[in-house]
Design a protein around this ligand. Structure first.
Ligand SMILES: Cc1ncc(COP(=O)(O)O)c(C=O)c1O
Length: 472
């Protein structure tokens, strides 16, 4: 693993392409996870002005394939009139009202709709404005729950290496990426990290069977619980398919073993589905796909296909129980949680999912998508291709036989010095990332078909062929 990964994503552009928007952005717009200095030094900021279906356009009119649904979010693509209409209809009726002691119909309807789609008895929806806020909400709920139910020592959270769970201080404490945390420490103390399900990088004695590796990885959670003391461990946070590091699916039986361990030690199982939910893995919730019933699901991003910022923490009956009676209240909330317009957009988004059979489309085509990407295995820089649904990572290596990875300097040269710009120049917007080992990630809008997969493969072939000639 490139241990000093710099985490941020930058794209370099030629200064002669500088547009007015770009120079104005440099003056006042502080971009997220971006090296602003790279733009100060003459690079130009790419300006995206328009979206249509699976494509985005820049301010010069150039078209790009949106290979990661903008940020794993625009499930139904750009320019959907139905979603705009749902927003407009709602704001005419009532644009905003909080769900603090009062309620409104759209939040109620959306809560009903979501709980009908979750597995098991996850029946209680707490809305937020983002995935990170949903994670904060889950972490705080779990703490309060154990204080109310006579186990006040339970507060520690176990999560996985390289997993990203958000940037607020609570969510960042759960995040497993040291480079993302180092400037903000000390964070919340006592949390513990365990191995993820990256089979390609499994310990050498666990590479024979995906299933056996999964049991080994799950048992590391039990080991951590015992080490920390079960009376102090409150929760395990896991993405069914981990995004950061490059799309690690769960081995068969892995999530079931995690469930078993959580039950044994009275630890709350949280599935962070910020990316996984809403069709990305071919179901409304990936937990359903993998036949697991966690105690909490957190979600965000695709709930509105990005047409409104919304997230949710959905908890089961057990966690809700202490709040059902008496004077207990969950002392937590957000001004914009359950926003009427956001809820209306989310409902319209779910209507479109049903009408257009979006989940069926993902399940029908995911094998073809993977098979198309797997053609790239003939390139000497392609080490591993993994994922599920419409969510794949391509890990690049120095040597496919030995799986040798790049040094931090090489990774920097490959990703920021070449790939980000080359992919974009060739018309593919996607993610080149080294929060673990260097990967390119693909997560196109969920209506995409073979023609889109071919377009992705063709651009990747051109760019990765050149990358190999530069770096190997
Ligand atoms: C798994 C996961 N959890 C949480 C978050 C944080 O979500 P947000 O950026 O909406 O706060 C993300 C964002 O990418 C994520 O991928």
């Amino acid at each position: 693993m490139a241990t000093t990964s710099t985490f941020d994503n930058v794209q370099f552009f030629d200064s002669d392409l500088e547009s007015n928007w770009s120079s104005r952005a440099k003056e006042n717009l502080w971009m997220h996870f971006s090296r602003m200095g790279a733009y100060e030094d003459g690079g130009s900021i790419p300006i995206i002005t328009k979206g249509e279906g699976a494509y985005i356009y820049d301010d010069r009119g150039k078209r790009y394939f949106d290979g990661i649904s903008s940020l794993f979010t625009v499930q139904l693509g750009h320019g959907r009139q139905e979603l705009a209409q749902a927003y407009m209809d709602q704001v005419k009726e009532i644009a905003y009202f909080p769900i603090w002691s009062y309620a409104h119909p759209r939040a109620i309807e959306l809560a009903e709709r979501l709980t009908a789609l979750t597995p098991g008895d996850l029946n209680h929806v707490f809305f937020s404005s983002s995935g990170g806020e949903a994670i904060e909400t889950a972490a705080k709920l779990i703490k309060q729950y154990f204080k109310l139910t006579g186990k006040p020592m339970k507060h520690k959270i176990i999560s996985r290496h390289v997993a990203y769970h958000g940037t607020t201080q609570g969510a960042l404490s759960i995040t497993g990426i040291p480079a993302a945390k180092q400037f903000f420490e000390p964070l919340i103390a006592g949390h513990h990290k365990v191995p993820n399900t990256n089979f390609y990088r499994a310990p050498l004695n666990h590479r024979d069977s995906f299933e056996e590796f999964g049991q080994w990885a799950a048992n590391r959670i039990e080991e951590a619980i015992i080490f920390e003391g079960p009376e102090t461990v409150a929760a395990v946070f896991i993405e069914p398919v981990q995004n950061s590091g490059g799309c690690f699916p769960p081995p068969p039986g892995y999530l079931q073993r995690v469930r078993e361990i959580c039950d044994q030690y009275d630890v709350i199982m949280v599935c962070d589905e910020t990316i996984n939910a809403f069709g990305r893995i071919g179901e409304y919730f990936a937990s359903t796909r993998y036949d697991i019933v966690p105690d909490i699901i957190t979600c965000g991003k695709g709930m509105t296909s990005g047409y409104f910022p919304m997230g949710a923490m959905i908890a089961n009956e057990r966690l809700y129980e202490p709040f059902r009676k008496g004077t207990n209240s969950f002392l937590h909330g957000f001004t914009f949680g359950g926003h009427p317009a956001g809820a209306a957009v989310a409902l319209a988004n779910l209507d479109l999912f049903e009408k257009e059979k979006i989940n069926d489309n993902v399940r029908k085509n995911e094998g073809n998508f993977l098979a198309t990407l797997e053609k790239l295995y003939d390139l000497p820089i392609v080490g591993d291709i993994r994922g599920a649904g419409y969510f794949y990572g391509i890990e690049m290596v120095k040597d496919t036989a030995t799986r040798e990875t790049f040094s931090s300097e090489e990774s920097e040269k490959l990703l920021r010095g070449f790939l980000s710009k080359a992919l974009f120049d060739n018309g593919l917007y996607c993610r080149a990332d080294d929060r673990g080992d260097p990967v390119i990630q693909l997560a196109p809008p969920l209506f995409c078909d073979q023609s889109h997969f071919d377009e992705i493969e063709s651009i990747l072939r051109t760019v990765l062929t050149e990358a190999a000639s530069i770096i190997l």
